[in-house]
Structure formats: C-alpha cells, structure tokens
Write a new protein. Structure first.
Length: 90
C-alpha cells in the first residue's frame, strides 16, 4: 500500500473513531485517547503492519494531541495525526 493510501486509510479510521466517540460520550471524555486506541487498534496495526498495544497507541494519540495543540499545523487534525503516525518507527 502506498504512503498516500495509508495516510488516507488512517485518516478514515481516525474520523470514524471520532464520530463513534462523540456519539457514545458526547465528546467529553478525559480518557479519550484510551477509548480511541481500544476502538482503532486493530485497524491501525493492519494499516501500519505494526504490533502496537492499546497502551502504545493511547500514549501516541495523547502525544499527537499535545503536538497538534502546540504546533497548530496547517493540516486537519486527522491528516496531521495520520502523517505523524506514519513517521513513527515500527
């Protein structure tokens, strides 16, 4: 799978997970990163050919959120997170 295809797939997983999270929690949840990780782990691992744990992905999502807040990149959050996730060593 090409890098653009993987970026697009990861973005889809993140957006779908965000929608499900909002529907279930109303969007407010201090444990959101763990919730996202539990829901998205299998798909993320498949796309990345990785073997992350829920804790790994949860920690990574929380760090990506801090990075996004600090850097305010000129990208949507799903594109930024997907791009950064693809940059991570596996």
């Amino acid at each position: 799978m090409s890098e653009p295809d993987r970026t697009y797939e990861l973005m889809g997983v993140l957006v779908d997970t965000a929608r499900a999270h909002h529907a279930e929690t109303g969007g407010s949840n201090p444990e959101w990163a763990k919730w996202y990780a539990e829901r998205a782990l299998d798909e993320v691992n498949r796309i990345l050919s990785a073997e992350m744990t829920t804790a790994d992905l949860s920690d990574w999502l929380a760090a990506a959120d801090r990075r996004y807040t600090q850097e305010s990149p000129d990208l949507s959050w799903p594109r930024a997170y997907a791009t950064w996730l693809l940059e991570q060593p596996r």
